[in-house]
Write a protein that binds this ligand. Sequence first.
Ligand code: 8YV
Length: 323
Amino acid sequence: MKPKVLLALPPPADVLARIQRECDAIPSGQRGAFTKPDLLAALSDVDGVLSHTRVPFDAEVFAAAPQLRVVSNFGVGYDNVDVAAATRHGVLVCNTPGVLSDAVADLTLGLIVALARNVVQTERLVREGQWGRGAAMLGLDLKGKQLGIIGFGRIGRAVAKRAEAFGMSTCFADQFSDAPSGYEYCAYRSLEDLLRESDFVSLHVNLTADTAKLIGARTLALMKPTAFLVNTSRGGVVDQVALVDALREGTIAGAALDVLEREPPAEGDAILDAPNVILVPHIGSATKETRRAMLDLAVDNLLVALRGDIPECTVNPEAVARA
Ligand code: 8YV
């Protein structure tokens, strides 16, 4: 009897064929988020889920999925999963770290360049017949500017490498203070000192109870009025209301956001009208090559777990003991 797997995202034919060689694959027919009742019904008799970061797995969901052995997330973030509840129910949670670090880091530097050189504003001026006019024409050098990296994991380190190549100085804040080998050029700073000193601040942390609203009125006020905030991590790491106030009041010079507290933003969301902010729709990992690598890794994780082994990219290997 092949294990049953729910496909929360529609894989291309070759990937579906690979899954079907070992599993009874059930396409969800959903694009994007599930309703809770749909999810509970869909999971009642499956052994695994090829999921994505917008499907909410809480204790109620795990209680309604007695056969479930693995949730394989298409993505490095797993804040959509109550991992403690998964572990209690003997469900492995897997993610796709590493394969998307370069794509996210590339976008991060792209947003930093766009902020420093007013790319969005000047592009708009061209279309408005204002070629070469206005204050936006003069931007900032990145050479000699300081980039503060909050969260110094795979993505944060990939960003540091790129920033060094641009001639920026870099510092990081994380739970550890010793720069990893090969990153000695990146100095450790407390969060407060990083915010006070940096010309650009970039967020690369998981969304957890500790990092929720990490950037808010208090921390924004520590930043230089000439400084910029970049967020390609999770929208929930930033108090978006406080950010809009800071942008309106000139507490900081600008921001670039790939992620928002609510995605997509509601019509009329204040962030949509805030000044000096660049908004892109959660495209950090969105390259053809990277998304395929993420999918291949997520399927690897799913199949390895369903064969009874613990995949390398397992967030909670201790869950096996509960199975
Ligand atoms: C999403 C991401 O996974 O990897 C993550 O954690 O946020 C993104 O790569 C991607 O948008 C698919 O949902």
